[in-house]
Write a protein that binds this ligand. Sequence first.
Ligand code: ASP
Length: 592
Amino acid sequence: MKRSSYCGDVREDSIGKEITVCGWVHSRRDHGGVIFIDLRDREGLLQIVFLPENKEIFKTSENLRSEYVISVKGLVRNRPAGTVNSNMLTGNIELVVSDLEVLNTSPGLPFEISDYVETSEELRLKYRYLDLRRPNFQKNFIMRHKVSSEVRSFLNEEGFLEIETPFLTKSTPEGARDFLVPSRLRHGSFFALPQSPQIFKQILMISGFDKYYQLARCFRDEDLRADRQLEFTQIDIEMSFVEEEDVMDIVERMLSRVFKVALNIDIKTPFERMPYEDAMLRFGSDKPDTRFEMEIRDFSQELKSSEFSVFSSVISKGGIVRGLCIPKGAGFSRSEIDDITKFVGEFGAKGLAWMRITDTGAESNIVKYFKEEEVQAIISKLNAKSGDLAVFLADEEKIVAQGLGALRLKMGKDFGLIDKNKFNFLWIVDFPLMEWDKEEQRWQSLHHPFTSPKDSDSLTKENVRTTKARAYDVILNGIELGGGSIRIHRSDVQKKIFDILSISDESAKEKFGFLLDALTYGSPPHGGVALGFDRICALIAREDSIREVIAFPKTQKAVDPLSNAPSPVSEEQMKELGIKIVPKPVVNTTKV
Ligand code: ASP
């Protein structure tokens, strides 16, 4: 080994000692015959000094350029008074070079290695090896390693076994498109890359492995709108002989440990449990950000016979009216109100009703249609104060919830109501088992089809609309960290679910026959969960994008500019696989 210490690790206790460090030339300053270099490695920077007395080395040092790789030996000393840099962990000391070896050179860089340089994402990813040299990235990946080690230690101590499941497998239904891999030996057949290890982890339970985990890579061929990646890592867990609370307890304790180790934050357990219906009503979202109040209220009862027919007619047709109070929003101009109307319009809302709250009641062009007690009911239910703005949507429940939920978040952000230092964890429970897919005219599982209903025996096609699932999602500050469920462990129930989902016996047998068979051979009751590992790391690193904690991510356009993937393959390879490229089909945007 050429080095005795990392640059960033050298401290005052090395003063007077001779050490060897290796690293990259981060910056170079020529101060009247003395050359200073900040030498960088993954742990940080160390100032090294070349004095002119050491002629030969000094001469070589004059030719050192950014990102040259060098090894230097020398004595550590206190920096002279007045040159201390309190922003650096090594800011009190420096190394006076007595030996220098240039290990490699570098041409001029496409961008500077600094956390403060703005560069296009395309360029950053093309030169990802340089991008990753930024100090912030080095910190992020050291943290990511710490988090994964802690997750593993925790689960190992709890008696879990880490077991790998295959990448080359059969499609798992998690609601996205599959990545397919053609089989050379079985001409015309395809493997699917796993969207999750769901079926395999359930089979491991049937095999008796009782407590399983894996930091599992998952692949989902989705359009990369939000902050998603085609491949990502999840902390995948499955346990036998458990109820919801057992799985939730493991997750709570694991997250407490991780946040303590990574951020020295004590998180309060158990997390709040919030029924899905409550979350949708109060926050218009199944991943509510509870760091600020501004809750949504329902007025469908109070306003069902309102003279304001826009409201009462929607209610009479089975729709709802809900409202939100924007603190100090009475000052909004007409064009600002138009802007928020447009904003909720993106969620399908056809209009936005509003009232300015005043000392004496409310003001707007619709107030005249409301009885005094209706206005008072609105003010009191919204806890509105003079100077606030009450806004309302009337429509079918989904549109109202989504529109007001998104508006609530936007107002929370715009008005700076969100306390960035809060970590509000909560569980959403009591999800509906299925939802009606209008487009496809059939039921779809809200999670996946292996999720157990609350009462398996009484489930029928007729009562599926009101049947709840034994599922739970864990949310932090409005972001879904993960979710899971107690599974179906009886093949008759699993068959019933496929039937309600309109998956024919034939298709179920073809796709999941191996699971249905396995369930007949003494399957224990079991349940599990999966948490987005990249997302957790991004939250801990306080990064907005998971791309900042993934070493080699794809761009928003789903390509890797570093390796140039995806790319065409040779005629030879295609021939072996029996594949022919045909002109691009019209893209079908419905779910597969
Ligand atoms: N397989 C699920 C997912 O990937 C999680 C689970 O139910 O354990 O979202």
